[in-house]
Every structure is written in C-alpha cells, then in structure tokens.
Design a binder for this molecule. Structure first.
Ligand SMILES: [Zn+2]
Length: 575
C-alpha cells in the first residue's frame, strides 16, 4: 500500500517522498466520506428503519450505494495534480454540510446551494457558532491531514486512465449490486422520504453545483424578455389631484402560524389588530408562497409567471417593477436585506447598508424602521414627472431572518421572554426559540404600524392617496419534525415554510380611486391566494392597463368589477 522507506537514509541522499497508490487513496477516502461525512443521513435512516433486519439492510445497502457513487466519482479524478484539490474541496463540503444538516435539518439542493453562493457577510455571521469549526475539524481534519501528507504516485497517463476507468466501474458495480440486494427496502425508503437524496454528501453538492451551472450560464447572456410593452396608465390618472402611492412590503421569513391576526394564541400583532378594527386593514389568512427561500420567492412574487409556469425559476422575463416603470410611474426599492435578487436591477433602489442611525443600526445592520428614515427625501429625489403620476415603493424587510431571531427586535420591544440568543438553535429550549421568533414577528407588527402611520400622514397632508400591501416571502421551521430555518425543496416543504402572512390597507382616497372598497376587500380575506397574485393585483390596483394583466389572478378584480356594476365608473379621477 505505502511505499515508505524502512530505514533512515544516509546523510545527503534524498529518497523519493512516500506516495499513495491512487486506487488506495480513492477507496479509503470514499469509505471515510461515506461513513463520517454522512452522519446526518445515517442517523435519519436509522430513525426511519422499522425492524432490526430492515435497519441492517438499509444501512448496509444504502451505505454501499453511497460508497460506490463516491468511489466512482473520485476514481475519475484520481490524477496526481487533480486529486488533492478536488478531494480537499469534497471533504470540506461534506464537513460543512454535516454541520448545517445536524444543526438545522437542512438538505442540499440546487436552490439551497444558490442561496449559499449569494449570501452576504451578515448572513454568514448569523450562522456562525462554535459547533461549526468543531464539526469541520472532526469530519475533515483526519482525511485532509492524510491527503496532504502523501501525494498520489505518478504514472504515465494511459495506464492511469485505464485504472481510473476500472475504479469507476467497480464503484458502479457496487451501487448496482447493493441496490439489487436491498431493492424492496431501499425503493420504498426513497419513495417515501425524498429528502434523503439531498442528504448524500458530497454527491448532493456536486449535483446541485452542476445543475446551477447548466441552468444559469446560458441564461446570463440572454436578454430578459420584455413584459407589458403596451403598459399605460388608465383613466383614473387623467386630471388627478393627488397621485397614488402604494407601499409593497416584502416580508422576510414570517410564517402565518405565528401571526396574531391569523388566530395565533399569542398576540404578536397588536398594532395590526388595531388597524384592522379601526382603520379597515384586511388580513389574508390563506396565502401561500412561491418558494421556501428568498432567492426563489422574491423574484417569483414580482414575476408575470405563476409558480407552475416557471415563476420559481431563474427569471427570463421582466418583472412587475419594469411594467410599472414602463407605464410611467415612479418606482423605488429600499432594501434592508441581502439585496433584491435582481428584481430592482432596472429601477431606482437604495439600501440601508450605509445608514448609521443610533438605536436602529448597530453592529453593521439596521432594524426595519431604518427604511422609513429620510423616506420623504428619497421620494422627492425621484423623477418629478413620474412622481406626479404615482409612486410604488417596495420595502424589503429583514423581518424574522434567522437563525439570529433575537437580533430582529430592539431591546425595548421584546414582549416574549426569556428568548434564545444562540445561533445554535437546537441548543435553546424550544420555548425560548419561539419567544425570540415571536419577538421578531411583534417587531414586524411595529414596523408595519410605523409604515401605516407614515402613509396615513401622507394621505392627510394631501400629498398622496396611499395604500400598503404586506406579504412575506416564505415561512420558517422552528424545530417541528427536527427542521429549522427554511429552504426545504418545495414539494417536500412543511406548511410552516409555505403558509405566509399578508395584510392590505387602502386609504379612503385610494379605495375610491381604485374602486376597491373595504367591504369587498374583506370578502376576499379567506380566499386562497399566493405569490402568483401579487403581479396582477398591483397592476389592477395601480390602474396600469396592459395585456400582461390577468384578471383571474388579480385578487382585487372582483371588487373593481362590483364597483363598476354598481353604476359608477370603476376608475374615476379622484378629487
Ligand atoms: Zn427570505
């Protein structure tokens, strides 16, 4: 196996460095990765197995499959200059994956990997904990030390190609044999627990990275397909005395279940409840997200395509903001998050990153009310001709972004104590974790209260006719079924990750102008709605006329239609 010298060489003579035979290195490393690099997978399989015989069959059969796949992959890369960097990367990937799977119940699929690639310093810092370096050391330490102590033996390339191909073949034979021997148990396990296929390290990451590369490379050179080229402003704009101003709040990681207005046992939304009782705010209780992570959901919310039409894929089309801008309105995106995921690329946008507001922006990030700071000046700086027609403002919240939920509310606004302050969520007692999360929801309630007050003041001062739509991008798991955070592939995602809160408020002026009255809005409150509806509902509410506007996906269309039937012009210039 090892060609190491047995005796100490005489002084002055250099012996060749000890080396690994490539096949030995491949199979030893594969065995290590299959066992130590896949602990979360084996723990899960062990949980799912029924009888001891089944457990043996599943762990043995599945284990051999993982070993075979890994060895086949590594065999193809068993070249002296290639093996060490590639093996190092795969070992590290397995170690990092192991940490996030154990800590958060995460699985690795293409969208999860895309999130990782697009993350920022703030998010990385939130995910850091002492357990990460420890897991990486335990899983990656020994194999990295061995790999870097001895290089692979050099051979001429032709015989090595043959050996590598043979090694890959042996790996494939092992996979086929193991599958055939334990087919019944293995097949039913994989059918019933599709998440397991995203848990095989490091093959999951290799697969996800290849998918991402294939999906994204050709599209980057393609221009976006235009949407709503015929977009123009409707009759309500002619002779208007006050322009409309709609604020669209894109929520972050808020789940419907913990929203007071949806009947949660805790009153996490006291301010919104007051707006609901006194000011005509409407809560929508049956809203579902397009994706289970920001990167999928945010572009999908603004996409002209529904989720099933491909709104959850990398956008090939322009979005809602492009259409609003084309119609002649002023659009502004304000971001208190890790960016707008391309949605605001062609409209004016601003970030809170540079703000230094005492009490709101500490430790390099801001609480959501920072987005309201200097907002009048930001609006005043928009194109005056467009602004005089109307404004659509998007506020992209930090919301309940985890795992550092305790950072999402200010010290004086924490109604639920004690709260979890650790990033290692499974270390906290479950009730403290829920407290920290509920505090973040209560803080969103506070932020929406401030936003609504801001809008009401602009209405009363005569500057605008105002309205607000709040919709969260996806939900969150708080330890249910061992899952934390979000990002589970949509088909497998639990309700907590897809059922999201949504509210809407229209000032009397905007109600009159759009024909969407409070009573009719309330009648829509319990209808099933999804991110698919945002694009069309905003076009309808803002009276933007275009072929791209689909009435059947405009949740406010029944109101405008009823208003028209009542004998009044549906869109009249507001006085
Ligand atoms: Zn998100």
């Amino acid at each position: 196996m090892l060609s190491s010298p047995a005796l100490t060489p005489p002084a002055g003579i250099r012996l060749p460095r000890p080396t690994w035979r490539p096949a030995t290195a491949v199979w030893l490393l594969s065995l290590w990765l299959a066992v130590a690099g896949n602990l979360p997978l084996w723990l899960r399989v062990n949980e799912l197995a029924g009888t001891p015989t089944q457990r043996l069959a599943l762990l043995g059969g599945f284990g051999l499959v993982v070993l075979g796949i890994t060895a086949a992959l590594l065999s193809l890369l068993a070249w002296p200059r290639v093996f060490r960097p590639v093996a190092t990367a795969l070992v590290l990937v397995s170690a990092f994956n192991t940490h996030f799977m154990l800590q958060y119940g995460a699985v690795i699929d293409p969208t999860m990997l895309a999130n990782v690639v697009q993350t920022d310093v703030r998010e990385v810092r939130d995910l850091m904990s002492w357990a990460l370096p420890l897991t990486v050391l335990l899983v990656a330490g020994l194999p990295l030390w061995v790999i870097w102590r001895r290089p692979l033996a050099m051979r001429s390339w032709l015989p090595q190609t043959g050996r590598n191909a043979l090694g890959a073949l042996v790996g494939v034979v092992a996979v086929v044999a193991a599958t055939l021997l334990t087919y019944q148990d293995l097949a039913s396990l994989m059918r019933n627990h599709k998440e397991l296929r995203y848990m095989v390290n490091p093959v999951n990451t290799v697969y996800a990275a290849s998918r991402l590369a294939v999906d994204q490379l050709p599209r980057q050179v393609q221009a976006l397909k235009p949407v709503g080229e015929d977009a123009r402003l409707g009759a309500s704009y002619s002779g208007q005395s006050k322009p409309p101003l709609l604020m669209v709040v894109v929520g972050e990681t808020a789940r419907a279940q913990n929203f007071g207005l949806n009947g949660y046992a805790r009153n996490t939304t006291p301010a919104l409840a007051r707006w609901q009782a006194e000011e005509g705010l409407v809560n929508f209780s049956q809203v579902h997200s397009c994706g289970t992570n920001t990167k999928v959901s945010v572009p999908c919310m603004f996409s002209p395509l529904t989720r099933t039409q491909g709104g959850d894929q990398t956008p090939e089309h322009e979005n809602l903001l492009d259409v609003l801008q084309r119609a002649g309105l002023a659009v502004l995106w304000i971001d208190n998050q890790a960016g707008c995921k391309g949605v605001c690329a062609r409209v004016p946008n601003a970030s809170t990153l540079d703000l230094k507001l005492p009490g709101l922006c500490d430790g390099g990030e801001c609480l959501d009310p920072a987005m309201l700071d200097g907002l009048d000046a930001r609006i005043a700086a928009l194109d005056p001709v467009r602004r005089a027609r109307g404004v659509v403002l998007v506020m992209h919240q930090m919301g309940s972004h985890g795992p550092a939920y305790s950072h999402r509310s200010s010290a004086e606004r924490k109604p639920f104590m004690p709260e979890c302050t650790s990033n290692t969520l499974s270390d906290c007692p479950p009730e403290q974790l829920v407290n920290a999360y509920d505090n973040s929801i209560a803080y969103t309630d506070h932020f929406l209260d401030l936003s609504l007050r801001w809008l009401k003041e602009r209405e009363q001062s005569g500057a605008f006719q105002t309205g607000l739509i709040y919709m969260s991008d996806h939900g969150e798991s708080l330890g249910e079924s061992g899952l934390y955070l979000h990002g589970v592939p949509y088909a497998l995602a639990p309700e907590q990750q897809t059922h999201v809160p949504m509210v809407a408020w229209l000032s009397p002026g905007l109600q009159q102008r759009s024909g969407v009255g409070e009573k009719c809005l309330r009648a829509q409150a319990d209808k099933p709605i999804s991110h698919d509806h945002l694009f069309h509902s905003v076009l309808g509410l803002m009276d933007v006329q275009t072929q791209a506007h689909d009435q059947t996906l405009d949740m406010l269309a029944p109101c405008a239609a009823a208003y028209a039937r009542a004998g009044e012009a549906p869109r009249r210039p507001a006085s």
